[in-house]
Design a protein around this ligand. Structure first.
Ligand SMILES: Nc1ncnc2c1ncn2[C@@H]1O[C@H](COP(=O)(O)OP(=O)(O)OP(=O)(O)O)[C@@H](O)[C@H]1O
Ligand SMILES: [Mg+2]
Length: 478
């Protein structure tokens, strides 16, 4: 039920408003003044706030500011007396959703509230990385705090940011937060995973193409740079861009202009570029696979994300967060984790970093019958206190440990998954993280390798088609 908070210092009006809204089926809470109303809002929240403009001490404008600051998704409706329409307009400018003037009809009030309710609903559902992304970055360890500081400093600049870090350390999350914390937040956030696009298509993906540019180009199409105009473009796995393309990318970054494939017209865009990689670009440069000039152009602001094992103090908090998240998603009621089990998680090396931890919690919640996650719910390498960053080879199956609640099929599945993960990790190590080569080595398709990698928390699966390749950001789920 939509919760409406009504603030008015006039007892009669308060009563009338509350009665009207209750009749419409809203859940109404009333407050006699600004202080009381804000206290209620900050304690219990509300979906919509209706406040009188003129109240002693804390007035409607202050209520508006405070509510907006706490949650910009909550529409605030201001009630004004006849003579004060000017201040109502001021209030709208300051972010009020709408205003109504006294005296008003029930129908007028219902219309405004219904509109606000709809707006609130869609704001809640919609992509608002500006509010959500930042709050969904969990962690307080010194290393991650350094990262927050950089985000705060550079989010609202046009400078290119290069995010590096091992797989699963949160590079994409940070990129999303950067966009969300910038004034470009209402403009597109376009992502493109360079590893997922065949080399010969990268140019047309980035810059678009004109009709007839190549066989199959029956219409012209804008590229990701054009789509991101005014907003941010996130080039994930930048290390996978072929050297020939790097020159063109450099020019687009330096001049802010480019031509579509097969086109002659120069297009200008205003795009903030964020790049990410888990490769060692210095080594790529030395090996002649990455251009130095492009590197310097990208790494204007470098952000180095710590591996999870370098910020173990954040593990309890992350566990709490993911337990809550997957309780909600899987409809479970796990309350937490035993101290022993948590100690093991803190000791483990986490080669797949936060994604591995997240996937683990999801898996554990699926199987655990609670109320607490215990040592026996954890997979073998963690229970054995495996602290080497690389996964240890799959030892003899520790079947005894799993019998009890778990059936033979489950054990086999778990063991098979462990072995599979192990082989994939090795293949990736051997090929320096090159997905295409690792897939060849494993004799599976690149696509299914990517699916597996995602499943095991080794790395994001690549987007499939072109259109999914660069979705507008969807923000962290909540
Ligand atoms: N600090 C964090 N707090 C909460 N969740 C996090 C945090 N960092 C990462 N995650 C979660 O971990 C998962 C992996 O993060 P992300 O995809 O950003 O990693 P990545 O560095 O881009 O990995 P890869 O190199 O494999 O693409 C995501 O589900 C993300 O939401
Ligand atoms: Mg990523």
């Amino acid at each position: 039920m939509t919760k409406v908070l009504v603030l008015d210092d006039e007892a009669n009006l308060r009563k009338v408003l509350a009665a009207m809204l209750r009749r419409e089926g809203y859940d109404v809470t009333v407050a006699e003044n600004g202080e009381q109303g804000l206290a209620e809002f900050h304690k219990n929240g509300a979906d919509i706030v209706v406040t009188d403009l003129v109240m002693p001490k804390v007035g409607g404008m202050e209520v508006l500011r405070s509510v907006n600051a706490a949650n910009p998704d909550v529409p605030v409706i201001i009630i004004t007396a006849h003579g004060t329409v000017d201040s109502a307009v001021e209030a709208i400018k300051a972010g009020a959703f709408d205003y109504i003037t006294k005296p008003f009809e029930q129908s007028e009030l219902s219309a405004v509230i219904a509109k606000a309710s709809k707006a609130h609903e869609s704001a809640r559902r919609s992509v608002r990385p500006d509010i959500k992304a930042r709050t969904a970055i969990i962690g307080e360890s010194p290393l991650i705090q350094d990262v927050y500081k950089i985000i705060d400093k550079v989010a609202d600049t046009p400078s290119t940011v290069l995010i590096t870090g091992e797989s699963g350390t949160g590079k994409e999350l940070i990129a999303t937060a950067l966009h969300g914390a910038s004034s470009r937040r209402d403009k597109p956030f376009i992502k493109i995973n360079c590893a997922a696009i065949p080399h010969n298509l990268i140019e047309s993906e980035l810059f678009g193409y004109e009709r007839g540019a190549f066989t199959g180009a029956v219409t012209s199409k804008p590229g990701r740079f054009e789509l991101a105009d005014g907003g941010s473009l996130f080039l994930d796995e930048i290390g996978e861009i072929p050297v020939e393309m790097q020159v063109k990318l450099l020019r687009a970054l330096q001049e802010g202009e480019f031509e579509r494939v097969g086109g002659i017209k120069t297009t200008r865009v205003d795009v903030r570029l964020i790049a990410a990689t888990n490769q060692d670009l210095q080594a790529e440069i030395e090996g002649g696979r990455f251009r130095k000039d492009l590197y310097y152009r990208l790494a204007v602001v470098p952000i180095v994300l710590p591996a999870l094992r370098e910020r173990r103090s954040d593990i309890p908090m992350l566990v709490r967060y993911f337990v809550d998240k997957y309780n909600r998603r899987l409809n479970k009621r796990i309350e937490g984790i035993t101290d022993d089990a948590l100690a093991l998680l803190q000791a483990y090396a986490w080669p797949g970093n936060i994604r591995e931890l997240e996937n683990l919690i999801e898996r554990v919640l699926l199987f655990a019958d609670g109320p607490l996650i215990t040592v026996k719910d954890l997979p073998e390498p963690i229970r054995q206190g495996d602290t080497s960053p690389a996964l240890s080879p799959a030892g003899p199956p520790a079947v005894e440990a799993h019998t009890g609640e778990t059936g033979l099929k489950d054990i086999i599945r778990m063991k098979a998954a462990e072995l599979e993960k192990d082989l994939i990790t090795k293949a990736l190590e051997e090929t320096g993280g090159n997905v295409t080569r690792a897939a060849k080595l494993l004799q599976i398709s690149r696509k299914s390798l990517q699916t597996k990698m995602k499943e095991f928390g080794l790395r994001d699966s690549a987007p499939e088609g072109k259109d999914e390749g660069a979705s507008k950001d969807e923000g962290p789920d909540e």
